[in-house]
Design a protein around this ligand. Structure first.
Ligand SMILES: *Cc1c(COP(=O)(O)O)cnc(C)c1O
Length: 224
């Protein structure tokens, strides 16, 4: 199937259940993104600042760009003018830097807290307790140019569906608890980004409302 066909069939699968589709276009050429765009796709995700900025310059301006990879504080300035959402916030230092550059650009930047749910030490993210501490802190309360829109999580890369389900179930439960405790009156805390090509159906079953799909849309990537 073509990229356009993949977009259409995924839209059929997700739009009527209010699950947003983020097209993860890392390593793919601009022509592939243009094809997805022409099929109606507007949400795109990249995992490095360099690739994101290069593509953003070449593609239509109404694309909503999401950063989904680890972000170094010294690179925030390159994306602050236009980024729609930073899904990989995993430290206060980073959030403060995002706030600083959002202020400079006279805007509010939407962010997700990345929560560590996988059974893999290589993955980034805040633990459950850390995230709670984070939201309770005075440092967080002082930041006026960022808005926490929800949570993002990456499950363990395993064929064990039961484990993946449990990890997503825990994240959904945590999301609901955080919403009640910290964002009860705040309708903009609304995004639970979980699910990739291998496990997005499980993630949706567990309550995801944003799936991040790369290979399902664009085909496989060469292994690094
Ligand atoms: C690469 C990536 C994805 C998409 O991966 P696929 O398996 O190709 O769907 C989703 N989320 C993050 C954080 C990624 O880095």
């Amino acid at each position: 199937m073509s990229i356009a066909d993949n977009i259409k069939s995924l839209n059929n699968e997700t739009s009527n259940i209010n699950v947003a589709l983020l097209a993860v276009s890392k390593t793919k050429p601009v022509a592939d993104l243009q094809e997805a765009y022409d099929a109606g796709q507007r949400l795109f995700g990249e995992n490095t600042v360099q690739e994101l900025v290069e593509k953003q310059e070449q593609l239509p301006q109404d694309i909503e760009w999401h950063l989904i990879g680890h972000l170094q504080t010294n690179k925030v300035k390159y994306i602050a003018p236009f980024i729609s959402m930073i899904q990989s916030v995993d430290s206060m230092k980073l959030l403060q830097e995002i706030n600083k550059h959002a202020l400079k650009n006279n805007r509010v930047i939407d962010c997700l807290l990345q929560i560590y749910i996988a059974d893999e030490e290589t993955k980034f993210g805040l633990g459950f307790d850390e995230a709670i501490e984070f939201l309770r802190s005075e440092e967080y309360a002082a930041l006026k140019n960022i808005r926490i829109r929800g949570l993002m999580g990456i499950a363990t890369n395993t064929a064990n569906e039961k484990q993946i389900k449990e990890e997503y179930y825990e994240l959904k439960t945590f999301f609901d608890g955080i919403k009640t405790s910290f964002f009860r009156k705040d309708d903009t805390f609304d995004t639970l980004s979980m699910g990739m090509s291998a496990d997005y159906k499980l993630a949706i079953e567990q309550g995801s409302n944003m799936v991040r799909l790369g290979s399902t849309i664009f085909g496989g990537r060469a292994k690094k």
